[in-house]
Design a protein around this ligand. Structure first.
Ligand SMILES: *Cc1c(COP(=O)(O)O)cnc(C)c1O
Length: 355
């Protein structure tokens, strides 16, 4: 019976391996460094007096707050259930199932591929170059055959940033051919690397943002796409009628006040400081082949024997993210920057495993 039901599902769904999301991936422990979550949580108030009413389609306080923060016009912002929904929305808006393709640059964030698969959209893979940067020339040659190019900077998990000049050149080449998406989920940790100012010149650029990482609101499910008014108009046709629950809107608008942004910036300063100290310590350990350049709230480390590190730290309740089965990331583990205590415990554990 259940087998017959399974066969009723779309073929791509039958064959799909779902994304290994933070709470789905399992593991046990008390130090969670596997999903790039912030170590602390903020304080918010909720007004429940209007919960009987449908919420605003795009709550003005959230849209205006984010537009102010990002330095764009409110008409250039759409808010979604996390940046993940924006990824799927872009694919559903710009790609014809069974016909069109997206281009991704592995190794990178896994959801571009999974969203394309569930939408019946083909995936063209253009591997990152030897330095884990996008191969801009190779991407340019494929613009006729793809509708969306997904770039990620800071790249998850390698930490690479984009070269603005080469991106500008790519955007020019892609005019009227393809949408270029820059996923800036971690941009608060290196704000100077944002490509947001290019929105002034390119109506085919989309920038993805989220409150899940530096804003410490992963459970809120609140993300943003920033783009030209034309692109935002198209996405607004496809998105659900009430995409933003009222409690989400209330908390997001509190996070986007000037005091909320100040709290976020203090967190970023602390985590960036901790990251640099952590990397200095890592560089003194044996058993490490490479520490990738870190620009977000995570560090990708290539060990000589990642399996041993992953399982022994796991036994001590330290949950990390294993990337060793991904192309070109043999023996790589991604470590999220947690609290100072958590990072100390992790360092002590690493020292004992690697000595
Ligand atoms: C975490 C992450 C996202 C998704 O963020 P949500 O807003 O929580 O959906 C998108 N892109 C990258 C690169 C991420 O690491």
């Amino acid at each position: 019976m259940s087998n017959k039901l399974t066969k009723l599902a779309r073929k791509s769904v039958q064959e799909l391996t779902p994304y290994q999301s933070a709470r789905r991936i399992g593991g046990t422990g008390d130090i969670w460094l596997n999903a790039n979550e912030a170590p602390d949580t903020g304080h918010y108030s909720l007004d429940c007096s209007r919960l009987n009413r449908y919420p605003e389609f795009q709550p003005a306080s959230v849209i205006n707050g984010y537009a102010d923060y990002a330095g764009v016009k409110p008409e250039q912002v759409i808010t979604t259930r996390g940046a993940d929904e924006a990824i799927e929305l872009l694919i559903r808006t710009f790609c014809e199932p069974g016909k069109d393709s997206i281009l991704i640059n592995p190794p990178t964030y896994g959801m571009y591929e999974i969203s394309a698969e569930t939408c019946g959209v083909d995936i063209i893979k253009q591997d990152l170059d030897a330095n884990f940067d996008p191969d801009y020339d190779a991407i340019k040659l494929q613009l006729e055959s793809v509708n969306i190019v997904f770039l990620c900077a800071p790249n998850n998990p390698t930490g690479n940033l984009l070269n603005t000049e080469r991106l500008t050149d790519l955007l020019n080449a892609a005019q009227d051919k393809a949408i270029i998406v820059c996923d800036e989920a971690y941009i608060e940790f290196c704000p100077d690397a944002s490509q947001v100012s290019l929105l002034q010149d390119f109506d085919n650029l989309v920038i993805l943002r989220t409150l899940s990482k530096a804003f410490a609101l992963a459970s809120l499910r609140c993300g943003f796409a920033l783009a030209s008014e034309t692109v935002i108009g198209l996405l607004s046709k496809v998105i659900a009628p009430y995409p933003v629950p009222e409690p989400v809107a209330q908390i997001a608008s509190q996070a986007l006040t000037s005091s909320g942004i100040k709290v976020m910036k203090t967190r970023v300063e602390q985590l960036n400081g901790m990251r640099n100290a952590f990397i200095d310590e890592l560089n003194q350990l044996q058993g490490i082949e490479k520490v990738f350049p870190a620009t977000g709230n995570y560090v990708l480390v290539q060990f000589y024997d990642s399996q041993k590190v992953f399982s022994l730290l796991g036994e001590q309740g330290i949950v990390l993210r294993d990337f060793s089965s991904k192309v070109r990331l043999e023996n790589c583990i991604r470590i999220t920057l947690g609290s100072a205590t958590e990072m100390n415990t992790t360092l002590v554990a690493l020292k004992s495993v690697l000595s």
